[in-house]
Design a protein around this ligand. Structure first.
Ligand code: MD6
Ligand code: FE
Length: 198
């Protein structure tokens, strides 16, 4: 309809555990960092890292952007695991592979305000999102800020594809339901979003 497709429980618990285990050594090489807002320098409540040739970063001086290296280590981002590229192939229905996989970590009280993913040159490509760990309340609006919104509970293993019109819709994470999953060591939620940057 609007190009959003929702695949609840796309990954079963063993698949979630295997994916998380495959991420652990990559995150050890590219540790989570806390981005800051353009201009104000206010820290995000979400911590981030990336996989792939490009990664999304933000800081006071440079603003929102994609870059080839980790802002703290200066090293290239680790490659996107094949299992994630296969998942993209299976759900994205788009002939180009993702160049970036943003990894968001939500610990105690972290959330993400309404935003549109707009830093990609290829705006026709969908964004594929995978949720792991604690459940979250995802809010989806429309193409303009301030319009009506609806909410969707995302559980561990759920996959959301924002394609078509929905690719340009406002969305965010209202809150994470702390303690709703035992998947992530130390608790919290990890969200992976794969993007074609163009
Ligand atoms: C999150 N997701 O689920 C944040 N962006 O933690 C996003 O910002 C997002 O789920 C683009 C497409 C799908 C998403
Ligand atoms: Fe987003």
């Amino acid at each position: 309809m609007n190009g959003l497709s929702f695949h609840p429980a796309y990954l079963d618990r063993p698949a979630q555990e295997a994916l998380l285990a495959s991420l652990a050594p990559l995150i050890a090489r590219a540790p989570f960092f806390r981005p800051t807002m353009p201009k104000t320098g206010k820290p995000f409540s979400v911590e981030m890292t990336n996989l792939g040739p490009l990664g999304w970063v933000s800081d006071r001086e440079g603003g929102y952007r994609y870059q080839a290296t980790h802002p703290v280590t200066g090293q290239a981002w680790p490659a996107i695991p094949q299992a994630l590229l296969d998942l993209w192939q299976a759900v994205a229905h788009y002939p180009v592979a993702p160049q970036a996989c943003l990894v968001n970590l939500y610990r105690d009280g972290a959330k993400m305000g309404l935003h549109v993913d707009a830093d990609e040159r290829d705006r026709a490509a969908p964004v594929v999102s995978i949720s792991l760990g604690d459940s979250a309340i995802f809010r989806l609006g429309g193409a303009t800020r301030g319009g009506p919104t609806s909410s969707l509970k995302l559980n561990s293993g759920d996959v959301v594809v924002l394609g078509g019109a929905s690719r340009h819709f406002y969305h965010g994470i209202d809150r994470v339901l702390s303690g709703s999953s035992t998947l992530v060591p130390g608790g919290g939620r990890i969200n992976l979003t794969m993007r074609v940057v163009g």
